[in-house]
Design a protein around this ligand. Structure first.
Ligand SMILES: [Zn+2]
Length: 236
């Protein structure tokens, strides 16, 4: 007697749907991207959070975003003190090989990584514990509250931009005017990105912002938790 074939699982059904429904509509685009290679203009460094959907937010399609995601959208220091790291490799590759024109660091509201930076993680999560130290400088000397978490998420984005500027190839390209840095904070519940504005040293909703990024590097990123060029109380 022949055994009944099990029903395909949900994920398999989705793969088939992509192949039969979506791919035919965009086949030419994908094939061009294979024939000509990828030439994305944007490196998107985002938190791994499932609610952050870079393609939806930016309206980007295949070939447009070079993406690296990690817990908290954090950038390891260039000095190598954080060991071998995929995020560093992605930044080098995007800038040196792909010659991207912009780098976006995108954090978001209700970020579990930022919350965990305040509240700690299970003993067993040793890598996570070490990793979250990359957000340490953004923490405020207060109890975590919704307001403090939001400010910390934004401060962390600025901190990562600053660390990016320690990457020699990033600094060189930014100073040459070939690369711009963009600090974004996505407010999930509002469906809106808030853009870091260097002049205002704060985050401005995309609906009212004058640009999507920080533009050429300004001294504003001289931020070590104390020596920010704007007064502490004006920090996001
Ligand atoms: Zn997050």
């Amino acid at each position: 007697m022949k055994e009944a074939t099990p029903a395909p699982d949900e994920l398999l059904l989705r793969l088939r749907r992509f192949h039969s429904n979506y791919f035919p509509l965009h086949q030419q685009r994908f094939q061009d991207l294979v024939a000509q290679g990828q030439h994305p203009k944007t490196l998107f460094i985002g938190c791994s959070d499932s609610r952050l959907v870079p393609y939806l937010l930016t309206g980007a399609g295949p070939g447009e975003l070079f993406i690296v995601r990690n817990v908290g959208a954090l950038v390891p220091p260039y000095d190598g003190s954080h060991g071998l790291h995929g995020t560093m490799a992605a930044i080098e590759y995007a800038v040196l090989n792909l010659h991207v024109e912009r780098v976006i660091v995108c954090g978001h509201s209700h970020c579990g990584a930022i919350r965990a930076a305040y509240e700690g993680v299970p003993e067993e999560a040793r890598a996570l514990q070490a990793w979250l130290k990359l957000a340490q400088e953004a923490l405020l000397p207060v109890q975590s509250s919704p307001e403090a978490l939001l400010r910390t998420e934004q401060r962390s984005v600025v901190l990562q931009l600053e660390r990016l500027m320690d990457y020699p190839m990033v600094r060189r390209e930014v100073e040459a005017g070939r690369l711009t840095l963009h600090g974004w904070h996505y407010v999930i519940e509002d469906g809106e990105i808030h853009v870091f504005d260097a002049q205002q040293a704060g985050f401005v909703p995309a609906s009212t912002a004058s640009n999507s990024g920080t533009g050429p590097y300004q001294p504003y990123v001289e931020y070590d938790g104390q020596a920010f060029t704007v007064p502490e109380e004006d920090l996001p």
